[in-house]
Design a protein around this ligand. Structure first.
Ligand code: IMP
Length: 432
């Protein structure tokens, strides 16, 4: 299982792409087109929002599990783009139980954000929250409904009966015509039909054959709707437990949980961020790290590695190892601050992530300053050749989080992921 240990955008896509070479199945378990994975293969850049990052491994089955919310137009667009570049995408399998993001979900997402004004969440406006809300309210429309025109038309009609009133009378938007809306969605059905499968069953069969199944989390721990920085979260469960629910696998079948963390920290959208850097330092990180949202293009807020949050991620995910990405971005710094504890409003200092939002909102970072290495490391191919200060930085992370760091990223390409000596990743040392 591979999970984001921060607020998303940790570089999971690149890691999954590399590990997927050994996998029989790569499976996404939550989120939708709010996610954005960038994978660089040679000089070719691939950007995915819905397709699992593992889709570039043509030998693996690539699952969109029941926990994912799917916007048919985006999925078909990604398949087209993939096929235009000579890949087949033939391994794709879509759970019939996954919910669809419908046109009104996107409209409502935007309208609600607008109405919230200063209290907005800063969503990607892809309709994710409203789609999950309908799922839980039991009024959602699922992938399997695409396979039966009569059912789909009836469900769209029933949903729009209510949603049109909300669109018109609450938000002052135009009503959607049920027949046209159903036509638009049904247009994607023939394209998606061949990929629909019982994905829980096919994962179970792969596990029975002792094959490697990689569960791919989107977003990150701090965006989890139950355990993240609510309400500034996404509407699904990116944490490891979410994979059991979002794919239909029992927890006893999980052998390892790999957390991916950037060597510093970013956040898109609103909400507290204790280790957020001063504007000049944040700008330097943003520029060096190319920190702009894959989906929305928004500049990401940037700050220092937060060990308090990472300890929390280790706890709620049961991390067995950590992968640290983008270490090269810190190469320009003389000194690198790391947040090791929070000072709360009443002056107490804690190493534990606050359980209540007002404590977190008022937490200020206790920063420990470590020495930088001041030389480029993107050409390093063997972790032994990393500067001593860079190795010390990784050791500090291990010490603070209590989880071994097994892989480190020093650049965007596949060959810039280094295996650390003395550790062994659950998926084996990656041969690059
Ligand atoms: P939503 O998922 O579009 O509802 O957005 C809710 C919050 O999650 C916002 O703060 C988004 O910026 C954030 N978010 C959603 N997806 C991602 C992601 O893939 N990376 C980083 N932040 C994300």
């Amino acid at each position: 299982m591979i999970v984001g240990a921060q607020w998303g955008d940790e570089g999971k896509g690149k890691i999954i792409d590399v590990l997927a070479e050994r996998a029989a199945v790569v499976a996404r378990y939550q989120g939708g087109s709010n996610a954005g994975h960038t994978v660089l293969v040679g000089n070719e850049e691939f950007k995915f929002r819905l397709l699992p990052s593992g889709v570039l491994n043509e030998d693996a089955l690539c699952v969109l599990g029941n926990g994912v919310v799917i916007e048919p137009e985006v999925l078909c667009g990604e398949l087209d783009a993939l096929q235009a570049r000579g890949r087949t995408g033939a391994g794709l399998r879509i759970s019939g139980n996954a919910h669809l993001v419908m046109p009104w979900h996107r409209l409502l997402d935007g309208a609600r954000e607008l109405r919230l004004g200063d209290l907005r969440i800063g969503t990607t406006r892809r309709g994710i929250g409203p789609a999950y809300a309908d799922k839980v309210a039991r009024t959602g429309i699922r992938v399997q409904d695409l396979l039966d025109e009569k059912i789909l038309r009836a469900k769209v009609s029933t949903a729009l009966d209510i949603e049109n009133d909300v669109l018109e009378h609450v938000h002052g938007l135009e009503r959607l015509d049920p027949a046209t809306t159903a036509d638009e969605v049904l247009a994607f059905a023939p394209r998606l039909r061949p990929y629909v499968a019982d994905t829980s069953l096919l994962i179970a069969r792969a596990l029975d054959r002792h094959e490697l199944v990689l569960c791919e989390g989107a977003q990150g721990t701090l965006l989890d709707v139950d355990h993240g920085t609510y309400p500034f979260v996404t509407s699904s469960n990116p944490i490891a437990g979410g994979a059991c629910v979002g794919l239909g696998i029992g927890p006893t079948r999980i052998s390892a949980v790999i957390g991916v963390a950037k060597a510093y920290l970013t956040r898109v959208g609103e909400g507290p961020f204790p280790s957020e850097a001063e504007p000049a330092a944040a700008e330097a990180l943003r520029t060096a790290g190319g920190e702009f949202g894959t989906v929305t293009g928004r500049p990401r807020r940037c700050g220092w590695l937060d060990a308090v949050a990472l300890r929390f991620a280790a706890r709620v995910n049961g991390l067995t190892e950590l992968v640290v990405t983008k270490l090269d971005v810190l190469s320009m710094l003389d000194e690198i601050p790391v947040c090791t504890a929070y000072r709360l409003a009443d002056g107490t200092v804690t190493r534990d992530f606050p359980a209540h939002q007002s404590d977190f909102h008022h937490a200020s970072p206790v920063l420990e300053v470590t020495q930088g290495w001041r030389r480029a490391i993107d050409d390093v191919r063997n972790a032994d050749d990393l500067p001593p200060q860079a190795r010390a930085y990784l050791e500090l992370i291990e010490r603070e989080v209590g989880v071994p760091v097994t892989l480190v990223g020093v650049g965007q390409r596949r060959d810039q992921i280094l295996a650390l000596p003395g550790t062994e990743s659950a998926v084996g040392v990656v041969a690059l």
